[in-house]
Design a protein around this ligand. Structure first.
Ligand code: TRP
Length: 327
């Protein structure tokens, strides 16, 4: 008998280009860990990416790259179900069924949509319907737990509202998921001290060349405190460095900051070396994946088949409950 895993955990990530330290420590490492004790469903949200990325070549390459990123960072396709969203296109059918029970008032309250428009992104229907597709992603797999960053909290609340509403119309059909929000993601600073984010152009990439990574690390902002004075620890360099240290090592770094001989240049070099050590094995794994796309496609194909088995069952239940199955 196969071992029974605890809960069904699902999350998706948009393929949005070069992965950085903030992505890894904010979401991905946390998500991947779920595969050990739980039934992890993890997918690359390329339909979602399309709402803001109208370039077919970039969408294709970002999708492939995101798959390599996940696999290189330890997502194990044997332990989890890993696929590309569009390989299970039934999710768009569920989107329609849910949309028909979602009030425009609810959608109008979505702050993420408003933020995107404010940034100058064209308000297309995909962008507006983004939360319904996301709800369908979650509900199509009977997900129980959904780990996401803080920025997705409202989308999760909307998903719950949609599921509850659907159930109130047709009887209990959809599983109402619980969010698992990482409140600490903003603690991962970028090289300028703001939250690390691609849109602030302040990231430290994981899979770029050593030279580029070093250059970014060397650019981390520091102050002009004289060498013989204690240094401020509430700073991006200290905080980034600390993420790689255990408690004793953190204490040691803290003592060095309190002392009177610390050079920021040395600390940056150490941090750079730590990053290379930590991600070295992931970088190697990624290179071997990138050079063997057929292998990656095969993994994704098997993942999509596994995901489809669950999706078929849930969608059938929804079609029957709602009268779309007419016989
Ligand atoms: N909207 C999420 C993000 O940008 C990605 C996503 C799409 C997602 N569908 C999902 C996350 C379902 C969790 C569950 O980060």
């Amino acid at each position: 008998m196969s071992e029974k895993k605890n809960l069904r955990v699902l999350s998706g990530i948009q393929p949005s280009g070069a992965l950085h330290l903030g992505n890894y420590f904010g979401m991905m490492s946390r998500m991947i860990k779920y595969q050990e004790e739980n039934e992890l469903f993890c997918f690359i949200a390329n339909y979602h990416a399309m709402t803001t990325l109208p370039d077919s070549d970039t969408l294709k390459s970002n999708t492939f790259n995101a798959a390599c990123d996940f696999l290189a960072l330890g997502l194990d396709p044997e332990k989890s179900t890993f696929w590309v969203q569009s390989d299970v296109p039934k999710v768009t059918e569920l989107t329609w069924l849910i949309a028909s029970h979602t009030s425009v008032g609810l959608m109008d309250r979505a702050t993420s949509y408003k933020n995107k428009i404010a940034q100058g992104i064209k308000p297309n229907m995909g962008l507006f319907s983004y939360p319904v597709l996301m709800a369908a992603d979650i509900l199509l797999f009977d997900s129980q737990i959904v780990p996401v960053g803080k920025d997705q909290k409202q989308h999760l609340e909307m998903t719950r509202d949609m599921a509850i509403r659907f159930n109130s119309v047709y009887g209990d059909t959809l599983i109402v998921p619980e969010p698992d929000i990482e409140e600490n993601t903003q603690l991962i600073p970028g090289i300028d001290g703001q939250k690390m984010s691609k849109s602030y152009n302040n990231t430290i990439p994981l899979f770029d060349t050593e030279k580029k990574i070093r250059k970014k690390v060397m650019k981390i902002v520091t102050d002009t405190t004289e060498i013989d004075h204690p240094k401020d620890k509430n700073t991006p360099l200290f905080n980034l460095y600390s993420m790689f240290l255990n408690i004793d090592e953190q204490k040691n770094l803290s003592d060095r900051y309190d002392g009177t001989s610390l050079r920021y240049g040395d600390v940056k070099q150490e941090l750079f070396e730590l990053i290379m050590d930590y991600f070295g094995p992931f970088r190697e794994k990624r290179e071997s994946l990138v050079s063997n796309p057929m292998h990656v496609y095969e993994i994704l194909k098997i993942g999509a088949e596994k995901a489809s088995t669950v999706a078929d069952e849930v969608l059938e239940r929804v079609r029957t409950a709602s009268g779309i199955n007419y016989q």
